[in-house]
Write a protein that binds this ligand. Sequence first.
Ligand code: NAD
Ligand code: LMR
Length: 340
Amino acid sequence: MAHSRTPVTVTLTGAGGQIGYALLFRIASGQMLGADVPVRLRLLEIPQGLRAAEGAALELQDGAFPLLAGVDVTDDRAAAFDGVNVALLVGARPRGPGMERADLLAANGGIFGPQGAAINAGAADDVRIVVVGNPANTNALIASAHAPDVPSERFTALTRLDHNRALGQLAAALDAPVGGIRNVSIWGNHSASQYPDVSHATLDGAPALPLLAARLGGAEPAERWLADEFIPRVAKRGAEIIEVRGSSSVASAASATIDHMRDWVGGSPAGAGWTSAALPSDGSYGVPEGLISSFPVESVGGQLRIVQGLEISAFSRARIDASVAELIAERDAVRALGLI
Ligand code: NAD
Ligand code: LMR
């Protein structure tokens, strides 16, 4: 089929890496932006990663994707972000042996600051950005701080993977299909301090907590399961995957990235309930304004909106506050390093 629409420019950083490889073919086949939306891919890598990205570009050509209007591979940030509509910031500096947290934040500041500036200089007016590379929330904060002309709410970080993990764990505990579950929330940081919250979750329209209590032998065992198994399992799932697989999550991370951007651009599907994303706080739920924290969100009219008015129990409040405290500490650390 021929496409008359102007292609959407999608820039992927870290395109020669694992998640990049898992993302590219799904984007090219229309799974992110729609089956009738042509895309132009810009693959940004550092010089050591260029060959891998070039190889992926060859394979994209071999995929003969009708929606793929072109692929550029570059190590030039300005060229990569020129006219970008959708930016997937995946490439990041992993923690190396002996590296302290401050070293990691500084190394990533050296990546996400200049990328934010390049987005500021060249992006299209409708640019939407999701940061996947860790520490994702704070990397997004750094990038946004270097892009004063781009509305801050266009900078988001990925917690949809945590959201999907929570859906998977709850579905297993309820012995129910994952598709029947709605309104799970991830709050805070994409780290082990995050709070996966099922207090508003439903299964086929019915509150999930009583169903959980019925399966686990009462409200108390259900609460114990949530505190001792579910929350740590979801929050530490990244580490579990690293231990079992031998390297960090790839296909699930790519899939969540597709989910995040598909819903943001295309809108939350009717009746699907809310999902989770990290975006700049507007002060909702007591999260300090400007902090890039995960919230329950819906996508309406091309904008992510924090779901308002949810009742927050004392149990939830303490966990949200703990994760937000970690985000504040990360923000203060990058501020002290002069990165924001
Ligand atoms: P990877 O090491 O396979 O690939 C990363 C790629 O990024 C490499 O090819 C590297 O050359 C490139 N890169 C490094 N610096 C760059 C820069 N300045 N510009 C462009 N490219 C650059 O790693 P991966 O498995 O693809 O994971 C990527 C990141 O995603 C990691 O930080 C990982 O921790 C993170 N991650 C996040 C989530 C999440 O849910 N937010 C989930 C899984 C992984
Ligand atoms: C994940 O959640 O799988 C990753 O963020 C883990 C990691 O440290 O790369």
